[in-house]
Design a protein around this ligand. Structure first.
Ligand code: IPE
Ligand code: IPE
Ligand code: MG
Length: 259
């Protein structure tokens, strides 16, 4: 597996347009409740916001878009809602993969698929294979994903494959085993729905990601809202541990994310 730069090992570029955006799509239930609709109506509308986000990211030259669709803790929800979300996932895969492929978008799914039924697992595999050579944008859906699960599965696989190094593993040894091992770390993290927490999303990869929170509920998040988030990101000074003065001295190659 190819090695990618780690933000804690080297100072990465701070691209003006984020190369990788990771989103916690939150607020579907509240969106529905506000309209006196069942929660699941919010999930349905959320799919439209996903389509809009994928299109907008591709148009803006974002290379990786990672969406948190179902967390390892979301099994705690009422059974009916969990079932609906699974069916929606299957339905969306069946409906959308052809369109993604036509638009040269690569689809990946990360998370512990062992809890999903066989039909869904096969569908995921087939969708990934169909789109694997596409290059416009890599769309990663995190399903039954948890940041802690990810670190543990990576550690366990690394240890199985390299028992001789146990006790001396480095960041570089571990990184390729993580679910997002072949993607750059996210430049921008967005969470809709007003909560200011990471909810066990990409714990390892968010080390130096710029965090952006909005009160907009996910079904209301559109291309304009994405631009507001990107504009906020472009105001940030990504210091990666250095001082502001060091950063200025290093300009114009580096600087504020948008410089
Ligand atoms: C996010 O919306 C979608 C999933 C977690 C599947 P929520 O369903 O969490 O919506 P709220 O937070 O209850 O409004
Ligand atoms: C986070 O949203 C997970 C997803 C968006 C899939 P939640 O709504 O489950 O998060 P908490 O429970 O409020 O932290
Ligand atoms: Mg929520």
């Amino acid at each position: 597996m190819a090695k990618l730069p780690s933000s804690t090992q080297i100072i990465p570029d701070a691209p003006s347009v984020p190369r990788h955006i990771a989103i916690i799509m939150d607020g579907n239930g509240r969106w529905a409740k506000k309209r006196f609709l069942p929660r699941v109506a919010g999930h349905k509308r959320g799919v439209e916001a996903v389509r809009a986000a994928v299109r907008a990211c591709a148009d803006r030259g974002v290379e990786y878009l990672t969406l948190f669709a179902f967390s390892s803790e979301n099994w705690r929800r009422p059974l009916d809602e969990v079932k609906f979300l699974m069916q929606l996932f299957v339905h969306v895969l069946e409906e959308e993969v052809v369109k993604l492929h036509r638009n040269n978008i690569r689809l990946r799914v990360i998370g512990d698929l062992s809890r999903f039924d066989e039909k869904l697992v096969q569908l995921v595999k087939a969708s990934e294979e169909k789109t694997e050579k596409n290059q416009t944008l890599t769309l990663t859906i995190a399903a039954n994903y948890g940041g802690r699960w990810d670190m543990l599965q990576a550690m366990n696989r690394l240890q199985r494959e390299h028992p001789e190094k146990a006790g001396n593993y480095s960041e570089e040894d571990l990184a390729p085993y993580l679910s997002m091992g072949d993607a750059p770390e996210p430049d921008l993290f967005i969470r809709t729905g007003g909560e200011k927490r990471v909810s066990n999303f990409l714990l390892w990869q968010l080390a130096y990601t710029e965090l952006y929170f909005t009160d907009l509920l996910w079904p209301d998040f559109d291309a304009k809202a994405l631009d507001v988030a990107i504009a906020s990101y472009q105001q940030r000074e990504r210091r990666y541990g250095r001082t502001s003065e060091q950063l200025q001295a290093d300009a114009p190659q580096r600087g504020a994310a948008g410089a």
